[in-house]
Design a protein around this ligand. Sequence first.
Ligand SMILES: Cc1cc2nc3c(=O)[nH]c(=O)nc-3n(C[C@H](O)[C@H](O)[C@H](O)COP(=O)(O)OP(=O)(O)OC[C@H]3O[C@@H](n4cnc5c(N)ncnc54)[C@H](O)[C@@H]3O)c2cc1C
Length: 439
Amino acid sequence: MNIGIIGAGALGLSAAYELGLKGHKVKVFERSPFLGGQASTFEVGGGRLEKGYHHLFRSDKDIIGLIQDIGLGHQLKWIESKVGIFHGDKIWDFASPKDLLSFKPLGLLDRVRLGLVTLYLQKSSNWKKWEGVTAREWLEKHVGSKPYRVVWEPMLKGKFGKYYDQVCMTWLWGKIYLRVASRERIWDKEKLGYPIGSFDEIFERLESKIGDMGGQVHLNSTINKITLEGGRATGLAYEDLSGTNGINFFDAIISTTPSYVFTKIAPFLPEPYKAKLDSVTYLSALVLILVLDRPLTKKYWLNIADRSVPFVGLIEHTNFIDPSLYGGKHIVYLTNYPTTDDPLYLMSPEELLEKYLPYLTRINPEFSRDWVKEYHHHRVDAAQPIIGVNYSNRIPDIRTPIPNLYLANTTQIYPEDRGTNYSVRLGRQVARMVMGDYA
Ligand SMILES: Cc1cc2nc3c(=O)[nH]c(=O)nc-3n(C[C@H](O)[C@H](O)[C@H](O)COP(=O)(O)OP(=O)(O)OC[C@H]3O[C@@H](n4cnc5c(N)ncnc54)[C@H](O)[C@@H]3O)c2cc1C
């Protein structure tokens, strides 16, 4: 079979690899000049770095398996994570049950309650029971209003902004349940995985394997339209960097684009399928990366549980991966998840830097702006679908109502939160579905 795939992120490349292994001919079209989509990289200090911080959990079995299959298992390292929470102008350790019990901003009873509820969520695999309730409602009731206000509300508000009280408890469960699976035993220290050399190693290796199997990956190739003949999807109309237009014809087409792109390139999608696609709201990721000449904190991951600070996370990558890979530089991500009309999203890199820098002295009083040697600014659209209550009713089928046309994207990842592992899983799933349909 000849199969056309739109998007060369983790999902599109995994699907192409799976189809190639079974002898099918694939062509992948990617509008950007690079592979990897949301997990793509750029160069810093002679090394490659993700535009948005990335790591893996031990529960990420699909991508771990893929990394091994393509011969990169030796590059995947498991490193102890250092997680903290910034509250009351202080950094608190926040990685283990012991840390939780030492978290003084809450009274002892509240700490114990928070710990017991977290333990309960880590042990419960039946996520369906939370489908109809928001994280806010459930947490306020079960952890109590003070622990909710001190720990959870600032994080929900930071991550989801005005949508914070619409997020379903199932989403939060996914975060906690899968996180604990990154420890062999509950009291063990958490280890996170990272492919040394960056996630780009995985994408480049996939591209080369796809090529070896007779497939092609075309960068700088935007799909403008999916063509129909006799009610069936037959082709992809593309435009490349030089402005050249063309149509390629296929037996089956897989789109891995965000839903709002899909409805534009496939305007013929019938209701109610289209209504499902339109019902999901996405947030973007807004990331400012500081390249420093020294460390800023001792943490890898710092949750900012203080909404007077204009970013929700501070991720010091070089407290996870050795700075020698980046010419000895120290790398700090300051992150937010705004909508595309949010004033922060619309700020220029310089404006965002000026907005954020004063808050770094609250996190480390010694910080001085001359530590900043470079900075980089990235906006990643469609980074986070908002998972509201009863979300499973809104998930569009992978088989669209149009014969030969399939959709696989992050809105279909549920009950887990989106991540490279689940894109790999979905990529394989859609590839197998296509092969099964045409067998
Ligand atoms: C800041 C940030 C941090 C993250 N941290 C982690 C982490 O620690 N661990 C983890 O596992 N995951 C993490 N993720 C999530 C992870 O990166 C994504 O879930 C995953 O990469 C999505 O892959 P995908 O292929 O499904 O989608 P995408 O990567 O979005 O790929 C879709 C591709 O389609 C292309 N495309 C769109 N329209 C067209 C068109 N018309 N024509 C051609 N091409 C088109 C896009 O350019 C894109 O390359 C993070 C994401 C962000 C933004």
